[in-house]
Design a protein around this ligand. Structure first.
Ligand SMILES: C[S@@+](CC[C@H](N)C(=O)[O-])C[C@H]1O[C@@H](n2cnc3c(N)ncnc32)[C@H](O)[C@@H]1O
Length: 265
């Protein structure tokens, strides 16, 4: 792994480890909710995209899976072998605990920095899934897409729901307002914590996030041998950042969903 990528990602993952206890406190009911085989924590638009696919018995990998609630939801839809990968050891522990409380103790969760995945996972999965709040932590989006592509079998499908890069131009406030260049790709250092449920600030290890424009994302996918099958920009608040923009009349795109297919060879 390149030294800069190692620095940014390892530092950021320390702050995710610290956030694990905060997030668990915000969702005390989750452990009970996942025990139902009808549990579905997916955002509505991503749920619609998932339901447009036949995943019955198919292998699924979720990259940067956090506490695994989305993968548990996908398993409840009939998926076969499911693996969640996350770089925060504490969130992987939470994901394993939630999986044990769910009807699917066979769900597998592993701890890896995505930029240092062992080759043994390559060419294994029918589907890869990335849900909201992942791309911004990636110093290099091109490498990220090629790592995800390598996990898929030829012809495998990547399903994504992400924050729209236009949203990163806004600063949170009442109301939220335009503040940042769309094209500023420099590392953004923050240390106020990652409580995007209640917005509470706490002392946290610094973390680094990155802007990737829409064309950066689309070009990264092309360079990783993906062909775009579906894309939709959305007005929905999915990440709880500048949530008021969902209601404003001059509303920007807040999220997108997309489906890509990996080339057959
Ligand atoms: C916003 S959360 C994703 C939440 C997910 N959409 C959900 O609802 O469960 C982002 C996750 O990415 C993980 N992450 C960030 N950088 C990573 C890296 N370099 N390698 C692996 N995981 C990483 C964090 O640990 C965190 O769990």
């Amino acid at each position: 792994m390149e030294q800069k990528i190692r620095f940014y990602t390892e530092q950021t993952l320390k702050s995710w480890d610290q956030a694990a206890e905060v997030h668990e406190r915000r969702n005390p009911e989750l452990i009970n909710r996942v025990s139902e085989n009808t549990y579905n924590g997916l955002e509505p638009d991503f749920n619609r995209l998932m339901d447009s696919q036949d995943i019955t018995g198919k292998s699924v990998v979720q990259v940067c899976c956090n506490n695994g609630k989305d993968l548990i939801s996908i398993k409840n839809k009939g998926a076969g072998y499911c693996l969640g990968i996350d770089g925060s050891r504490k969130f992987v522990e939470q994901a394993r605990a939630l999986a044990n409380a769910s009807p699917h103790s066979d769900l597998q969760f592993e701890h890896h920095n995505i930029y240092a995945l062992p080759d043994s996972y390559n060419n294994t999965f029918d589907f890869a899934v990335v849900t909201v709040g992942v791309l911004a932590w990636m110093p290099r989006v091109k490498e990220f897409f090629s790592i995800v592509s390598a996990l898929l079998k030829p012809g495998g499908i990547l399903l994504m729901e992400e924050i729209h890069p236009v949203l990163n131009m806004y600063e949170e406030g009442t109301p939220s307002s335009l503040a940042y260049s769309y094209f500023d790709r420099s590392a953004q250092r923050e240390e106020g914590g990652l409580d995007y449920f209640a917005g509470e600030k706490y002392e946290s290890a610094e973390n680094y996030c990155f802007q990737h424009t829409f064309s950066d994302i689309l070009m990264a996918a092309i360079s990783a041998d993906f062909s775009l099958q579906y894309i939709e920009e959305l007005p929905a608040n999915v990440g709880n950042y500048c949530a008021d923009l969902e209601e404003t009349p001059a509303n920007p795109p807040l999220a997108f969903i997309a489906k890509w297919k990996k080339a057959h060879e």
